[in-house]
Design a protein around this ligand. Structure first.
Ligand SMILES: Cc1cc2nc3c(=O)[nH]c(=O)nc-3n(C[C@H](O)[C@H](O)[C@H](O)COP(=O)(O)OP(=O)(O)OC[C@H]3O[C@@H](n4cnc5c(N)ncnc54)[C@H](O)[C@@H]3O)c2cc1C
Length: 406
């Protein structure tokens, strides 16, 4: 207790063995730990976090959620994920601040509108609400957008996805940590995993800077650091490029932007938080990079792109900008796999800039996978083997022109 406040999660002693060790105290690690304990009855679980929980992408993202992905495998996962947020708020007894404002993905050419039409149809086919708006319908919904022929990339219309919105990322990290800890999970912050022990093709231990832990099961959920850990500690290469994404937030304004607005052509998206700030992000440095430094180039690009489509934002002041790592796979879909090629070794990574919206639902299924050793049907398409079998998932389409960037 401090000043009348109770800690949300316990600070336990590190034990010398656990049933499951999770590397990474981001949303994916915490969600899996929570569901292992809550749904699978496995509560002898340690989450090992090098810094503090939410240090990685989980505390740096812009918290946009939606389910109108491109491919059927992703559509079902993200749809279930989107529906889980309100239930989770109730279940964790913690306000995750889900704001169901809906998402608008702009189309800036006939070709882009055709790509969005295909995406809308795929979503509708899976029973997910999504519709195509022409420029006039869009203007009625979002009057701030400049639909004249002045912008560099004129706005032809948009894909509208009513069920999407935003949450507060810190609240999700804290809520999951609270829930996991309540069910007996040990969260160890300030603890670095240095090695993973394997004997006869099976996981046996994890080496940390605070001592060795014996365990038969390890989940690697280290976000942008996963590929390096997998290769350096186990010699398993993951087809992941690590890129830096940046974002920034303005001073609070009166309510004026009611949706998440996103443009693949401009590489920009923006929404207004419940506090009134304009959060904007999207540009990704195009070279592999492990730094989390923001750049002047980004700020200039972002300000120009944002104000070209939303000119009313000219002159607003930005309070903060920051960056984080995006672990990108060639098909922009994650890798969730396990027990192959090492028994007891599971991994959940390659989320790029989609890993916030999917974290709780993935945690639920990864927990089922780790508990039973059998991959749930919904996760099977995301196997690492798809890359060697040439079965890439096609979520990327043509992101430079059409892709929703969040
Ligand atoms: C600017 C930005 C905007 C984004 N916007 C969105 C968005 O709007 N919507 C969306 O869905 N996604 C978004 N994302 C992506 C999303 O944030 C990530 O995909 C997601 O947070 C990944 O979560 P994670 O738990 O897998 O990894 P992380 O949150 O990165 O957690 C990994 C953890 O592993 C720890 N770690 C690393 N090495 C070790 C080690 N050796 N030992 C112990 N611990 C270790 C790290 O310290 C880190 O805390 C955005 C990302 C960024 C950077």
């Amino acid at each position: 207790m401090f000043g009348g406040y109770k800690r949300l999660w316990e600070k336990p002693t590190l034990k010398s063995s656990y049933d499951v060790v999770i590397i990474g105290g981001g949303l994916h690690g915490l969600a899996t730990a929570y569901f292992l304990a809550r749904n699978q009855g496995i509560n002898d679980v340690a989450v090992i976090e090098k810094h503090y929980i939410g240090f990685g992408g989980s505390g740096r993202n812009t918290a946009i959620v939606r389910a109108n992905q491109r491919t059927k495998e992703n559509l079902s996962l993200y749809d279930e994920g989107l529906k889980l947020w309100p239930k989770l708020t109730y279940e964790l007894d913690f306000n995750l601040m889900f704001f169901n404002c809906g998402n608008l993905n702009l189309g800036h050419s006939e070709a882009a509108m055709n790509a969005l039409r295909l995406q809308v149809t795929s979503a509708q086919f899976s029973g997910i609400k999504s519709e195509l708006l022409d420029a006039q319908q869009l203007k009625e919904m979002c009057p701030l957008l400049d639909i004249s022929d002045r912008p560099k990339y004129p706005i032809h219309g948009a894909m509208y996805h009513p069920p999407g919105g935003v949450l507060r990322h810190d609240a999700v990290v804290w809520g999951l940590a609270k829930g996991a800890s309540k069910h007996g999970v040990h969260i160890h912050q300030g603890t670095e995993v240095l090695g993973i022990g394997v004997r006869n093709g099976k996981i046996v231990s994890v080496e940390t800077d605070r001592g060795n832990i014996n365990t038969p099961r390890v989940l690697l959920a280290a976000g942008g650091y996963s590929a390096r850990i997998s290769y350096e500690m186990l010699g398993i290469r993951l087809p992941i490029n690590v890129l830096t994404i940046q974002a920034m937030v303005s001073e609070p304004l009166k309510p004026l932007l009611n949706h998440v607005v996103s443009s693949g052509a401009y590489h920009v998206y923006a929404n207004q938080t419940l506090k009134g700030e304009i959060v904007t992000g999207a540009h990704m440095d195009p070279w592999p990079n492990y730094t989390t430094q923001a750049t002047a180039y980004y700020i200039k690009h972002q300000a120009e792109a944002l104000t070209d489509i939303l000119p009313c934002f000219k002159g607003i002041r930005f309070m903060r900008h920051w960056s984080g790592l995006a672990d990108m796979t060639p098909d922009m879909a994650p890798i969730m796999d396990g027990n192959d090629p090492i028994g007891g070794y599971y991994f959940d990574c390659g989320w790029g800039y989609f890993g916030f919206k999917s974290a709780p639902i993935t945690g639920k299924y990864m927990a089922e996978f780790i508990s039973s050793g059998q991959c749930p049907e919904i996760l099977k398409p995301f196997t690492l083997r798809r890359f060697e079998q040439h079965r890439l998932m096609g979520e990327t389409a043509n992101p430079n022109n059409y892709g929703p960037w969040n």
